[in-house]
Design a protein around this ligand. Sequence first.
Ligand code: HPA
Length: 271
Amino acid sequence: MFYDKVKKSADYIRERISVVPETAIILGSGLGGIVDIMEDKVVIPYSEIPEFPQSTVAGHAGNLVIGKIGNKVIAAMQGRFHFYEGFSPKEITHPVYVMKLLGTKNLIVTNAAGGANRNFKPGDLMIIDNYINFLAINPLIGENDERLGPRFPDMSEPYAPEIVEKAIESAEKLGIDYKRGVYALFNGPCYESAAEIRAFIALGADAVGMSTVPETIAGNHAGLRVFGVSCITNMATGIATVKHSHEEVVRIANEASEKLCAWMKDILVNI
Ligand code: HPA
């Protein structure tokens, strides 16, 4: 049963740590730098956690890092799971429910994304205001376990408005330029066609990527406050003047990582 698997992972992690992480943060491609500013770290490789899925993508390390930023205890996931790797929707969202069972209250999701909004440029950071699940696969399909969340969760505010507000205050205080927009999930692993991007733009997408939406849905289902930031690493197909490469995505994300870390640090201590 899904609940038992999640509980097995959570029980193991609980034995390895002495404090409950208040906020969990899922680190997207090239955005792992936040662990460098964490203190009193406990690093738990996913391979040691019973029932935990294992990462397969370059740029995603595969560790759960628990430690402090300021006076806040954070659980950072270096490496997430994607549909294109062949993971099931339940496997992708497994870590979110592990966090819920640990007692975590907030979930921050980050990702590298293609810019579909022509006002964006590579290196921009976008607060995710909303999502479009173009995959039409929902991680909540199947038997619902009420211990994890309700059968029909509300999704009118997938990203907690009070955290968005704090993030904006924080960006303004630190002089960090930010964008806001809608993140559209495309299954990958190929990049989108130019026709798909034109279609997605017409439907309201500002950024496109291959992750984040399942975790957002699960986080809301589990009653966590969710907040998301996309790092625009490239312009989407048809807007971009060059062909995409994963190396370039990781390079731009790494460059933006310092700015994102400073911002995250301030957000984390203020929520
Ligand atoms: N499309 C989908 N996913 C991505 C992109 C993109 O252009 N850039 C980074 N992740």
